[in-house]
Every structure is written in structure tokens, then in C-alpha cells.
Design a protein around this ligand. Structure first.
Ligand code: ADP
Ligand code: ZN
Length: 715
């Protein structure tokens, strides 16, 4: 019996008279005088415990059984990440799936409709109810692209009347033949290969790699169609569901109905409904965030990981796992194909292609003859901005031309807030977070200084907290708010939109922003990494990268790779329709290989050089890494524990332990952090080494050791 808690392993219970359980059954069991949910796991492996000493199972819940493939997956993830199996099981049971869903409160059109003011969003809500089927407020808000407040307002105005929605089938089946696109010849052959993989009903992994706008999405939706036809379920993982409005409306156009969604912002009712619909097979296609891997699919026939290079697929807290890699495992355990999709694949996936483990399909041209944008670098040493400004005259000119041609332009800066650092000009003091080794970032619109690591906030002080001088605190460097201020000063006539996490808090705002850009109600977009996602903006022809060097600072293993991926993706938003696009990179080092690769459009050359740089030292993907992060209340306790671990480190052929060393974020949320890094050859399994290593050292009270296998972040 496995319980969803971080215990070392399963517990044994007695089966009551007359009861029979099968692995996967969800039951109630007594634990410490409480009732807990547990899942029947495997027959006990140890010596039998005398039956009289076991407590009996209390009850079998009226809940679908967890499929074997999911149980094997839970065990596998636990084994790989060194998490307790119960901790992983908790992710599969996090939904309160255990009580059956209740009828939901819904709304329908009032009949007759009273006189009321009809704004544009209100009209869209009415349109969404035109088919007379009642819908929940969140569903209405989503369909109409408005906030829930609009729906509430309409209810108050008597335009909507309550109508309960029966807890019947929640998901209509997507129709594989609803609107089939006319694929180009290249797309057709890729689609055929993907369809074959689905119809083979066997495990395989394919990297679908194609330039931005080449129709990768269009093509893998054909694989989803084949999976629907074959009668199996599909799962499409996206890095950020909140930014996927365009994808979802495309899905609906292609298949006639919306997919089931799975992400952290679902209401608890929808969670329950969706979990059950996946388990009983009524949800045929799920589009989800990484946690969707733990849904109880009984007949999974296809897994797609879109934007597979995205670091958002790595879960950094709790069970630390990479959803792209675990998707491949999930596919193997379900005898299903996996498709990894990206215009800028991870070096990991390319290495797997090279080693023959993954297949490789490519789309090499943009759809409908659209050309890839022309990329050039602006050398900021030769074309500096005016004092106190950040946009070079070259970029300003180019934007002016674009606007004059009636087209849209975008400024990209991957940094939130107004300024990343505030400095006292009198004494040199820098405002830092009290809990972390980090500078406070000014957010001028909200009038606060914020730590981007722990969430600490404080008002901007009226005087320097150290020398008490007034009016001497100066913002250093730009964040996206400061660039917006400059853009407004330089292009006062332009209608501009900011896309950052503070201005785009959720799916509605994202959908509305996308619509405003598509409908040309906006001339200039200023954005953070949000704008680098898979958006399709046909009238956007110029992308200006404000600080192309930003991601290259710091010694991160993947800094160059990530910068190329991010800037190529942002640039890929330009010129996706008839008008050709341009990308301008503001940089102080145009000779850097990353800038050279972007300007020449030579990603392959870049990847090849990056691979050669990593191969000799056994750096991933040519070797394995695992990190141990030691944290404690005091620096001394952290040092002591880290030194003990360092002394117990594994030795041997093909392995090396680096550290202990203070983490770059040496203090986080008030805890002092030290890192050790185990690097091995690819043919060495790190998990047994880590287990033996950790078993040798008992962490003292108040000291934590976190394990991160295949680390992505080195902070
Ligand atoms: P990618 O996923 O490679 O960035 P998309 O699948 O988003 O590319 O395609 C880019 C744009 O071209 C989208 O608007 C898509 O609808 C359109 N498109 C691609 N292929 C076709 C096709 N065969 N027929 C019609 N439209 C297509
Ligand atoms: Zn902090």
C-alpha cells in the first residue's frame, strides 16, 4: 500500500474478510489514528508479517483504479529523482479526485433578455451562450476572453440566470476530420511519419525540428488526429498554458471542440471532473502543463512535448524532475510514441538523435513562402544611445521606418521591473534583499522594491538607508518598465502594449493582448520572455532585442545555448506572413559566437561547436550531472554539513565531485546554501552513487540536503 507522503516505501495492511483488491485500487487505511488515502501497490516483497499484527484496510473508494503504467511511472520517477515514491504518488493524487464531482453552478441567457448596457465583452459572453447550453462562469470568461467580473456583472444586471450543469460527460470527443488543413509536400511527409508512429502503437521518440512558422504545430496535430482515430488518448505538454490562447483556438478550429486542460490554475471542480474523465477515457486529448504526466490515462497513445527546449519543463521544487525527459519515460511505459517539438531543440535531444536513440524529422521552410527574418547586430560601442537612454539610434530609426510602413514592432528585454539595481550616488550603497544574496529590483508602477527570488517587497525608501542622503538613490540599468518609459518618450504617437508577467497576469489578459496585436490595435509591443512564446502575429515585422548580452553573464553551462534559443525564438515572431521580418540585436560583443550564429542564421554550426565544447569534459549531454544543495540556518552549519558530504564523496573511474562551494544564491530565504556537483560519464548510473553517498552522512537537525538530478539551474 503506497501512501501519498514522503515515507521510505509502501506499508503493509491486512485485507478484510471477503474483500479483494487489485493493484491500483484507491482505498482508505488507518494511520496514526487517522484515516488516510492509499493505493494498493504490489504484493509485499519482504517476509510476511504475522496477519494479526496488521491493521485492515478500512474501505475501497469509488474512484477509478490507477492504471499500471501510471504506477510504474511513479516508481520510475521516484527511483530516478531520489524522491520517496509516496511523494511522487502525491502528485498523481493531488486532485481531490476521490469524491465524485457535484453538479456545477452554471449560467444561461435570461429569457427575455432585459434592457442593459452591452459592452463588447458582454456581447461576446452572450454569443458564447447562444447555443442555449448552460456554462460555468470560468468557462464563459474563457470563451469570451473576458474576466469573471464581466460575467458577475451580467448576472447582477439580470442578463444571465442560474442553471446548474449536470455532472455528466464533461468533454466532447475531438473530431479528427473536422477541418483538415491542406498540408504542403514537406508537411505531408512529416505528418505521414508521425501518423505511422502513432498507428504502430509502440514506443518511439521523434524530434520534430523546424524553423519558426514552418507548421510544426499543424503537423503534430495530424498525429493527434491519428491517435483519435486509433481510439487512444493523447497528451500535449506546453510550457505555459496561460500563454497558449492561440494554440487552444487553433486546436478548436482543427478538431471542432476544445481539449481537456490540465494546469495549476484549474478550479477544484474542474480538476476532479478532468481527472475522472481522463481515467474513464472520456477525455481523449489533454493539453497540459508538466503535472499532466501524472494523470491516470488508461490508454495513452501519444505524447507531444511542444517547445521541448524550454526550461519551464523543469520542476524545481518538491520532486525535482524534467517533464520532457519524464514524458519520454511515460511514453515508454505506455508503449506509445513521443514527439518532441522545437525550432531550437535542446542539445540533449540533438545528442539523442545523433546517438540513434531518437528519430529526427524536419520542416525547413516557413509556411506559404514566408521568409525567415534577417538578423543583424547593432554594436552599442559604435552606436551608443543618448545619455540615460537604452535604445540605440539605429534601432530607433528602424522602428520609425516600420511604423511608417504601417507595420508593428516589438522590443524585447528579459528583465522585469524598472531597474535591476538601485545605488546611492552619495555612498555607493546598493539596496539588497534582507533574505537573499540578491539586489532588490525596483517596480516603479507598483512603487516597491522586490526580490525576484523570495518575493520580499518594501517601499522605495525616501533616503539612503546607510548614509541618509536624500534624493541620491539612482536606478542602474533597464528593466522592461524603464524601456517602456523610453519607448513612450521616443514614439509618443504609437499605441503600445506591455507584455510582462505583471501586465499579463493570466490567460484572459494574454488572449486579449494577442487579439489586440492580431487586430492591429497596437503598434509597438514591449515585452519580457512572454513574447518569445509561440505567438503568430502576421503584421509584426521588426523585433528589437534591447540587451542581447543579458543571458550570457554568469558561468552557467547552458548560458550560450539558452541565449541562442531565446533570441532565435523572439526573432521568430517577426515576418511570419507576407511582409519580411527583421531582427536587430543590441550588443556590446557582436563578435561573440552566439551573436555570430544568430546573425548568420547558423544554428547548426552553433550546436556543433557547443557540442564539441562539452564533449571532452563529459558535460551534459555527453556526461551526467547531479547536484546536492545543502542548506542551513547559519553559514557555519551549512559549511560543516557540506564539508562532511564532500569528505564522503564517491571516488572512482569516470566520476568527479566539484565543490562544496557557496551557491551563487548563497543565501535564499534566509537559508545559507552550499552546492556539490557530481559529474560522471554517461555510462555511469548516478542514482546508486547518490544513494550510497547520502547514506554515509547523517544531516544534522536544521540542515537539508536537496538532490537535483540533471540540474538545469545552478543558482
Ligand atoms: P510552427 O509551429 O512551426 O511555429 P505553425 O504550425 O504555428 O508553425 O504554423 C505557422 C502558421 O502557418 C500558423 O498560423 C498556421 O496556421 C499556418 N500554417 C502552417 N501550415 C499550414 C497549412 N498547411 N495550411 C494552412 N495554414 C498553415
Ligand atoms: Zn529575497
Amino acid at each position: 500500500m503506497l501512501l501519498p507522503y514522503p515515507f521510505a516505501g509502501p506499508f503493509d495492511y491486512a485485507v478484510p474478510e471477503g474483500a479483494r483488491y487489485a493493484p491500483g485500487d484507491i482505498v482508505l487505511v488507518p494511520l496514526n489514528r487517522r484515516e488516510e488515502v492509499g493505493v494498493v501497490w504490489d504484493a509485499p516483497s519482504g517476509p510476511p508479517v504475522a496477519a494479526g499484527r496488521l491493521k485492515p484496510v478500512t474501505a475501497l473508494l469509488d474512484t477509478p483504479r490507477l492504471p499500471d503504467a501510471l504506477r510504474r511511472f511513479v516508481d520510475w520517477v521516484a527511483g530516478y529523482t531520489l524522491a520517496a515514491p509516496g511523494e511522487v504518488l502525491a502528485m498523481a493524487l493531488r486532485v481531490n479526485a476521490l469524491s465524485p464531482p457535484m453538479p456545477a453552478p452554471g449560467w444561461q441567457l435570461a429569457d427575455p433578455l432585459p434592457e442593459a448596457r452591452l459592452t463588447e465583452p458582454r456581447r461576446r459572453v452572450l454569443a458564447a451562450l447562444a447555443d442555449r447550453a448552460p456554462r460555468t462562469a470560468p468557462d464563459l470568461a474563457r470563451l469570451a476572453g473576458c474576466s469573471a467580473a464581466v460575467v458577475r456583472g451580467m448576472a447582477d444586471a439580470g442578463l444571465l440566470t442560474p442553471a446548474p450543469i449536470p455532472a455528466g460527460p464533461a468533454f466532447l470527443a475531438p473530431q479528427p476530420g473536422h477541418l483538415q488543413p491542406a498540408l504542403s509536400a514537406g508537411q505531408q511527409s512529416v505528418a505521414a511519419a508521425l501518423r505511422d508512429a502513432v498507428e504502430g502503437q509502440a514506443f518511439s521518440v521523434t524530434l520534430l525540428d523546424g524553423v519558426t512558422g514552418s507548421g510544426k504545430t499543424e503537423t503534430y496535430l495530424e498525429a493527434v488526429a491519428a491517435c483519435l482515430t486509433a481510439g487512444r488518448q493523447s497528451l500535449v505538454l506546453l510550457p505555459e498554458i496561460a500563454l497558449s490562447a492561440q494554440f487552444l483556438s487553433r486546436f478548436e478550429r482543427r478538431f471542432g471542440v476544445a481539449p481537456a486542460l490540465w494546469h495549476s490554475d484549474l478550479t477544484s471542480r474542474l480538476r476532479r471532473v478532468t481527472w475522472r474523465a481522463v481515467a474513464d477515457g472520456t477525455a481523449r486529448v489533454v493539453v497540459g502543463a508538466r503535472s499532466a504526466l501524472f494523470l491516470p490515462f488508461p490508454e495513452l497513445g501519444l505524447l507531444v512535448v511542444d517547445e521541448e527546449h524550454e526550461t519551464a519543463f523543469k520542476q524545481e521544487d518538491g520532486v525535482v524532475y524534467h517533464a520532457r525527459d519524464m514524458a519520454v519515460v511515460r511514453a515508454r511505459l505506455s508503449d506509445a510514441p513521443a514527439i518532441l517539438v522545437s525550432a531550437t531543440p535542446s542539445l540533449e535531444s540533438l545528442a539523442n538523435v545523433e546517438a540513434g536513440r531518437y528519430g529526427h524529422l524536419r520542416l525547413s521552410a516557413r509556411h506559404a513562402g514566408a521568409r525567415l527574418p534577417q538578423v543583424s547586430a547593432i554594436d552599442m560601442r559604435d552606436h551608443p544611445p543618448e545619455r540615460g537612454r537604452f535604445l540605440s539610434p539605429v534601432l530607433v530609426d528602424a522602428v520609425q521606418q516600420t511604423l511608417a510602413a504601417g507595420e508593428q514592432a516589438m522590443f524585447f528585454l528579459n528583465r522585469r521591473g524598472y531597474a535591476p539595481l538601485t545605488l546611492c550616488r552619495a555612498c555607493g550603497h546598493r539596496l539588497a534583499c534582507p533574505n537573499c544574496t540578491a539586489w532588490l529590483v525596483e517596480h516603479r508602477a507598483r512603487r516597491v522594491l522586490a526580490c525576484h527570488h523570495c518575493g520580499h517587497q518594501e517601499p522605495v525608501p525616501p533616503a539612503c538607508p546607510v548614509c541618509a542622503a536624500e534624493g541620491t538613490l539612482a536606478p542602474i540599468g533597464p528593466g522592461v518598465e524603464r524601456i517602456t518609459e523610453e519607448v513612450d518618450a521616443v514614439f509618443p504617437q504609437a499605441r503600445r502594449l506591455v507584455m510582462a508577467s505583471d501586465t499579463i497576469p493570466g490567460p484572459h489578459a494574454a488572449a486579449e493582448a494577442a487579439r489586440a496585436i492580431e487586430e492591429r490595435r497596437v503598434d509597438l509591443v514591449v515585452g519580457t520572455q512572454i513574447v518569445a512564446k509561440g505567438w503568430h502575429f502576421p503584421h509584426l515585422t521588426l523585433v528589437g532585442v534591447v540587451d542581447a548580452d543579458l543571458g550570457l553573464a554568469g558561468g552557467d553551462l547552458r548560458a550560450a545555448e539558452r541565449t541562442v534559443q531565446l533570441l532565435h525564438q523572439v526573432g521568430g515572431r517577426a515576418g511570419r506572413a507576407e511582409a519580411p521580418g527583421r531582427v536587430l540585436l543590441q550588443t556590446f560583443s557582436p563578435e561573440h559566437p552566439v551573436m555570430q550564429a544568430l546573425v548568420a542564421g547558423d544554428l547548426e554550426g552553433f550546436y556543433a561547436r557547443e557540442a564539441e565544447a562539452r564533449r571532452p569534459g563529459n558535460w551534459p549531454p555527453y556526461g551526467r550531472l547531479a547536484a546536492l544543495i545543502v542548506s542551513a540556518d547559519s553559514a557555519d552549519a551549512a559549511d560543516l554539513a557540506a564539508r562532511d558530504l564532500g569528505r564522503a564523496a564517491p571516488h572512482g573511474e569516470g566520476m568527479l565531485v566539484l565543490g562544496p562551494a557557496p551557491a551563487p544564491l548563497a543565501i535564499l530565504r534566509g537559508r545559507h546554501r552550499r552546492r556539490l556537483l557530481l559529474k560522471t560519464r554517461r555510462d555511469v548510473a548516478v542514482q546508486p552513487l547518490l544513494r550510497a553517498w547520502l547514506a554515509k552522512v547523517a544531516a544534522p537537525r536544521g540542515v537539508r540536503v536537496d538532490v537535483d538530478v540533471d540540474p538545469v539551474s545552478f543558482l
